[in-house]
Design a protein around this ligand. Structure first.
Ligand SMILES: [Zn+2]
Length: 474
């Protein structure tokens, strides 16, 4: 198995597995981060795409699927396996990615024409680099034709003695671990590739469990994004969210919440629904994101993939992701009407890093106001407007505008769909028998190092932390 991405970082997931004369690519994600990081997306993929026999996509987050269409453009001819829900989401995610790449390219060109030295708004922010889109809508259309939807547990044979199943990872709707079986009979061995694992603190999806029984698991490849962190408890998250909303409501402020549209948006909506039912919301909530609405529909369409109690509520016609105060914003005109919002309200919009999507115009119309508040609920890379706001910038570049910051900026965690350190430890602890070797990928080195020490101490396992391009034999 060769780790071509997400080795020592948290985006660009991309690993090639070779067995029985077949080459299978697991994930082909976009690299996100600083402009220098993102520039690496412009390089050709570090393997011959024509030599890849199949691709498996663990879930529809862009850092796991954002370069699929590039693989197709470079000669990959299929098939692409993913769960049914992931296949449904890949289409809007990939077309959305083309659109965001076009807009960012144009804006960066305009910016750099005005300031040829690549001048950044704040000294601490890196310069702007104009990057042409990686692929076209046509490439996305070809990619979609290659999708092969799978049910959880359904087996695919790549070659005699080389098989794969996808198992629920509980991270976002449709997310999967990839279980590979190599060899047959008593000689068979398994490799488990976790993909992103879900958090035990989120309420919507079941907690991921390692597969029981079967051939021994020789190697576990596990994500480690939050390998050195502990998520706050749901009750504390609710109380903090309620407090921020109460302050905003008292001053009749506009509360802007930039969010990732798959996973984090649904975790946020669920918590807002809880506050609504507890009578602690007291403000209208506007969801201004087509992708978040599509993702939310996907959650309710796949009720069988939700936590059983929540799935039952959906089957009985209740919607745990809807509440009385929630309004859906349909289209650009309705979105613009919110610029004249009076009396306060919460606006949830993508993109999470604020480098595109409707949140940009809400920030342009809100960030300069003193009666506005911005709540940041996720990670943001240097160079993104969200990062500038999180770090106290007085001026933020949004699209081709520069906006003074007078709004109050707040930050909180607790909406992540990722397992934290305890969840990851528990996952390994639940494996019977414990795998002799664990590979930590999809995590920065601080997280991997800390988790690695804990895993060896608790379970005596050998832990590998591959660097980009490193090959691990199994
Ligand atoms: Zn993810």
């Amino acid at each position: 198995m060769t780790f071509h991405g997400a080795a020592g970082e948290v985006t660009g997931s991309c690993a090639v597995v070779e067995f029985a004369g077949r080459r299978v690519l697991i994930d082909c994600g976009l690299i996100q981060g600083t402009p220098a990081d993102e520039l690496r997306n412009q390089d050709p993929l570090p393997f011959d795409c024509k030599s890849i026999d199949a691709i498996v996509v663990t879930h529809a987050h862009i850092d796991h699927c954002g370069r699929l269409a590039l693989a197709v453009r470079e000669g990959f001819t299929g098939p692409i396996y993913a769960t049914k829900a992931t296949c449904e989401l890949l289409e809007p995610v990939m077309y959305g990615s083309v659109s965001v790449q076009h807009i960012r390219f144009q804006e960066a060109q305009v910016h750099n024409l005005r300031s040829p030295a690549g001048w950044a708004v704040a000294d601490s922010e890196p310069p702007v680099i104009a990057m042409p889109p990686l692929y076209s809508n046509g490439d996305v259309a070809s990619t979609i034709k290659m999708l092969k939807p799978l049910a959880y547990g359904q087996e695919v044979e790549f070659a005699p003695g080389f098989a794969m199943r996808m198992l629920d990872a509980g991270h976002v709707i449709g997310s999967a671990m990839v279980e590979l079986t190599a060899g047959t009979g008593a000689a068979a061995r398994r490799v488990l590739f976790s993909g992103d694992l879900g958090s035990s603190q989120q309420a919507l999806l079941p907690i991921a469990r390692p597969p029981a029984g079967g051939a021994p698991i020789e190697l576990l490849v596990m994500e480690s994004t939050y390998g050195n962190k502990a998520h706050p408890k749901p009750r504390d998250v609710l109380d903090k969210l309620a407090s921020i909303i109460r302050h905003a409501a008292k001053k009749r402020e506009r509360l802007l919440i930039p969010t990732f549209t798959l996973g984090r948006a649904q975790n946020l909506l669920y918590r807002l629904g809880e506050l609504s039912r507890e009578g602690r919301l007291g403000m209208p909530v506007y969801l201004d994101s087509k992708m978040a609405m599509k993702s939310t529909e996907c959650y309710t369409r796949h009720a069988d993939c939700l936590q059983p109690a929540i799935g039952n509520r959906v089957r009985n016609g209740d919607s745990p992701l809807h509440f009385d105060e929630l309004c859906y914003v349909n289209g650009r005109d309705d979105s613009k009407k919110l610029n004249r919002l009076r009396g306060g309200g919460i606006i949830i919009a993508g993109a999470g890093f604020c480098h595109g999507g409707p949140i940009v115009h809400h920030l342009i119309h809100g960030l300069w106001r003193e009666d506005c508040r911005v709540l940041l609920i996720g990670y943001s890379p240097a160079g993104s407007p969200a990062h500038a706001m999180a770090n106290g910038a007085k001026l933020v570049r949004l699209g081709d505008a520069e906006v003074e910051v007078n709004a109050r900026i707040e930050k909180m965690s607790g909406f992540s769909g990722h397992a934290d350190r305890k969840d990851l430890m528990d996952f390994v602890g639940a494996m019977m028998p414990t795998p002799p070797r664990v590979v930590l990928n999809h995590g920065e080195d601080a997280a991997r190092t800390e988790l690695s020490g804990k895993l060896t101490e608790a379970y005596g396992v050998e832990v590998l932390r591959p660097i980009k391009g490193e090959r691990v034999e199994f």
